[in-house]
Design a protein around this ligand. Sequence first.
Ligand code: 5GP
Length: 178
Amino acid sequence: MARVKILDKEFETSITEETILKSIDGVADKINAELADKNPLFVCVLNGAFMFAADLMKRISIPCQISFVKVASYSGTQTTGSVKQLIGFNEDVKGRTVVLIEDIVDTGITIDGLAKQVESMGAADVKIATMLFKPESCRPDIKPSYIGMNIPNAFIVGYGLDYDGYGRNLKDIYTLVK
Ligand code: 5GP
């Protein structure tokens, strides 16, 4: 197991790139099968989902469009509980099937806020595709349609996820060493 130090904290490998990519194959297969005739609009939630969105979209073979929003809710290793929208929606979502692409659903506050916003803008259907899901910390009413992997409730970095802006470039996922 490899260790990395980011700022004041130590992390060790918990999910390899190979495992991540295999789980994305599964997510893409499900989306390609279920949304083939829906002309979905994918919305990548920046910053953290950029790597997942890139790998996922390379595997999507149905007609679709992709756009981006930018939100921030974490400070250091803790969620702040409030979600700031830094770049908003500029697409017309009326009548569309929208798939929100998220890196990780932790409490679910971020993605639920965005899903409600897209619904209120007139989307016909809003689905959540998340690379990682923390079932122990998520609000029970929030159920992503597409999940790469379930993970325990620990702080992770890599594959797009950061610690104070660092570590997003790591190709594997690392868990904080306590
Ligand atoms: P939620 O609103 O579901 O509690 O948190 C969602 C956002 O918090 C994610 O998009 C991600 O940016 C951040 N987040 C949640 N858990 C982790 C984690 O373990 N590591 C990192 N780096 N960010 C996380």
